[in-house]
Design a protein around this ligand. Structure first.
Ligand code: PXP
Length: 240
């Protein structure tokens, strides 16, 4: 079993709330620092070209103050690669979504994009940035991701979350297999999308390797009722 699974809090929703009024409430940088103070081991952002939640200036400001792991997700456009070269986060998670996507809604077809992704991974490594490729738990995709030279994969957990209420064991099985393959082949394993206080512990218990989970929507929603500190403590508890 993986010894520790780190919690990276995705703070996009906080930026969305702030942008609703065009001022600086809530203060994104302060929220990130508080997440760290409350025990989160990382902060994730997904700057999109239309800057509808996290903006480029946020990314630059955050990178100067975050003392845990900063993870930047995004489609590796020229602009995105320039931004991460500038701020040098601990990790970049490559996602395939179009700029207009509401949220990431699939993993990469790594097989079809193998040459492109291999090039991007090499470029990020040159910048000294750890790479993670967002994929579905399908063996051919995970195997191709390993061959790109990426340090990690991030397993797209929406299908797990959807089936979890109906048949949790069936839901987790492809993820268990993908995690095992990745771990045994030197590829780190992250997971994210639609993870919450109901389905997180079960995932953690069934994956032989799980380095990090990245959680945004449910965690920020829970914080409305439980407060940010209590919520983060609850999520950390699920990972122990
Ligand atoms: N991982 C990736 C690649 C994502 O795009 C997102 C959503 O921004 C997440 C994880 C977090 O998903 P959620 O907000 O459902 O927790």
């Amino acid at each position: 079993m993986a010894s520790e699974t780190r919690l990276s809090v995705n703070i996009n929703k906080v930026a969305t709330l702030r942008n609703a009024r065009g001022e600086n409430v809530p203060n994104l940088v302060q929220v990130a620092l508080d997440c760290e103070r409350f025990g989160a081991q990382g902060i994730t952002v997904h700057p999109r070209p239309d800057e509808r939640h996290v903006k480029k200036t946020d990314v630059i400001e955050l990178s100067a103050v975050i003392s845990t792991e900063f993870n930047i997700e995004g489609y590796p456009s020229k602009e995105f690669l320039e931004l991460v070269k500038l701020v040098k986060p601990a990790q970049v998670t490559l996602v395939p979504d179009a700029p207009s996507a509401v949220t990431s809604n699939s993993g990469w077809d790594v097989v079809s994009n193998f040459v492109f992704l291999t090039g991007v991974v090499a470029q990020l490594k040159e910048y000294g940035i750890r790479t993670s490729i967002f994929v579905a738990p399908e063996s051919e995709q995970v195997e191709a991701a390993a061959k790109t030279g990426s340090d990690r994969i991030e397993l797209y957990t929406k299908p797990y979350a959807e089936l979890f209420d109906v048949d949790p064991l069936k839901a987790v099985e492809p993820y268990r297999i993908a995690s095992k393959y990745a771990g045994e082949n030197g590829l780190g394993v992250n997971a994210g999308h639609d993870l919450n206080l109901q389905n997180l512990r079960f995932l953690k218990q069934h994956l032989p390797f799980l380095d990090e989970v990245s959680i945004g929507h449910a965690l920020i929603c829970d914080a409305l009722y439980m407060g940010l500190q209590n919520t983060i403590m609850n999520y950390l508890q699920q990972l122990r």
